[in-house]
Design a protein around this ligand. Sequence first.
Ligand SMILES: Nc1nc2c(c(=O)[nH]1)N[C@H]1C(S)=C(S)[C@@H](COP(=O)(O)O)O[C@H]1N2
Ligand SMILES: [Mo]
Length: 416
Amino acid sequence: MDRLDAELAAETSRRRFLQNAALGGAAIAAAPALAQGITQGLTDLHLPGGNAQRPMTSAFPGKGSMILQRVHPPLLETPMDVFDRNVFTPNDQFFVRWHWADIPTSIDVDAFRLTIRGHVNKPIAISLEQLMRLPRVEMAAVNQCSGNSRGLFQPRVPGAQWGNGAMGNAKWLGVRLRDVLDLAGVKAGAVQVRFGALDQPVVAGAPDFQKALDIDHARDGEVMIAFGMNGTQLPLLNGFPIRLIVPGWYSTYWVKMLNDIEVLPGPDDEYWMAKAYKIPATPGANVKPGAKDFPTVPINRMIPRSWVTSLGEGQRIAHEASIPLGGIALGGDCGVARVDVSTDGGRHWFATKLGPDHGKYSFRRWDAQVPLPGPGKTSLMSRCWNTAGVAQPMAPIWNPGGFMRGNIETTTIVTA
Ligand SMILES: Nc1nc2c(c(=O)[nH]1)N[C@H]1C(S)=C(S)[C@@H](COP(=O)(O)O)O[C@H]1N2
Ligand SMILES: [Mo]
């Protein structure tokens, strides 16, 4: 982009911000009333122990047809077929997760300030215009909830009973967190950087949602503050006007509606880092079902995953000697090296052809023509290797938080 282009883009985004703010206000304010009138039919979420039915909704601002997990605060899941259409998840079907229900329904983009304070030389508060004048970066990256697929844990664990759709891939446009920190000047001895946002707890005394990253991670040049998502502004529910992007890490760190950055001279010991989102300090975050007393660490990097998306669970198709099969994969904290598929429950595996590489943190499409056993029930599986040589294991893990599922998933179809 040359200078003029950049300025035009900035102007347009600014205007769009204002439009969005107005829209968001009306629609979210209406959310409580939605509970009765917002749903259109039911969908099957295939969880162990029988299908769990969930309503579909398209009543949330900036959102199309989504699986409704909860109204207040909104938890919206992306239907699996969306991932089959494009490796980039459209903004209006990108999943939504908030911890607290007090979410601003409109943003005054002119009054909005991002503060950078704490262990810095010069605490500052910058406007969106100032932020957008910094050098821009764009990156494709998967945003995946730590508890994605929690509903598939056996034995079951408490928490949002997500299927596989608490994830999405987008092209994020923004600025480097490092450049923003440099505006304030990080002092020697900084240990972590804590991120705060505009949403608030609804219960008095409950902990405000904040997350922290180590100073070196925060300054690695990859962590960014995004104002653009797939070529347009962020939907309000995905963090308008700006959010943190932490490529390769679970989305609990991807703080939405970011308005406060605090450089800390020690580790963040508040609730959301010290107590919540802790995983067992064991290989693969795996413990014996029911285990409670084990050392923990904050959840961090993602692991490889993959899914068949061209056919859905329970789908019936005509039997053929061979069929085309397609899906998506993510490498986790590095790229996708290889995806194999099986049509006989994991006995035989076939290589797939990988689609275009949009960067190591992006979803990657895979396709193959594979032989079909049967007719009858057929178990389809896909297995991803990342560029660090880590492959998805066959056996599922268990931990009480229902975090970090990554085993080979099965889609059962029926051919006749
Ligand atoms: N301000 C704020 N940011 C947040 C959260 C939140 O509750 N408040 N939840 C986090 C979690 S746990 C997830 S999974 C992602 C969800 O991002 P999305 O709603 O854009 O899909 O936002 C993260 N950022
Ligand atoms: Mo999450």
